[in-house]
Design a protein around this ligand. Sequence first.
Ligand code: SF4
Ligand code: SF4
Length: 261
Amino acid sequence: MASRFQDKKVIFPEKLTRSSRFKFKCHPGIACFTKCCSDINLILTPYDILRMKRRLNISSEEFLAKYTRPQTLEKIGLPVVTLKMQDDDKKSCPFVTPKGCTIYPDRPATCRYYPIGFATLKEENVTTKDEFFFFVKEDHCLGFKEDQEWTVQSWREDQEPERYDRMNRDWTEILIKKQSLGNVETSEKSLQLFFMVSYDIDRFRRFVFESPFLKQYQTPPDLVEEMRQDDEALMLFGLHWLKTTLFSIAPAKQNRSRKNG
Ligand code: SF4
Ligand code: SF4
């Protein structure tokens, strides 16, 4: 089980590196087990939705309708979705049971990060980025009292957030860029495209393959074939298209290798 960033979180300002050490263990025998899986504002990323809807074997439309709530990101002005908590006393996550998370192998990125946050700082006119880690501790979390020792690196290997970071990179860059622009207005059409590509992969598939899109947007035939077969390739293509076309952010390197890199 992993926790997310709740109201009673404490963020420690100390910068950690991949070799920084800490003690932590989360397991079914701990008194706080699943306490962190209710009443949370958990923003979902494109890759979160893709993994969860695939696990549940439902369409992205159905997933969005059943499990999410729309929200506009403050200061960024872009539409996102959060995981819809249940209507019970605790406002529990729809996927939590007394035995733990029922979608654990496909749990969202935020559930994988805790208790190690990750941040990137990039100063203007400087090409390199300062990337670092930090602790996030929640009041109710007893995991820090356990004896299992980790480095930041071994924790991240265990929880696998790297793949999520990689798959969501273009999306994250759009959010960062949009935030840096301040209150620049984005057209309604652009907001709708952003939402569709980010969250509704099945509708985006129809948009790509059942409209003149591919005639207007030159795409290598092998990539078209890959996207036809594979939602992850389609999602990466869509986010890259959003970033470079809609939000005019210069591409770094071709993102097609990101799936397996
Ligand atoms: S998705 Fe799983 S780990 Fe994340 S809050 Fe829900 S039950 Fe907990
Ligand atoms: S140890 Fe922390 S992360 Fe694990 S279940 Fe308890 S509160 Fe959640």
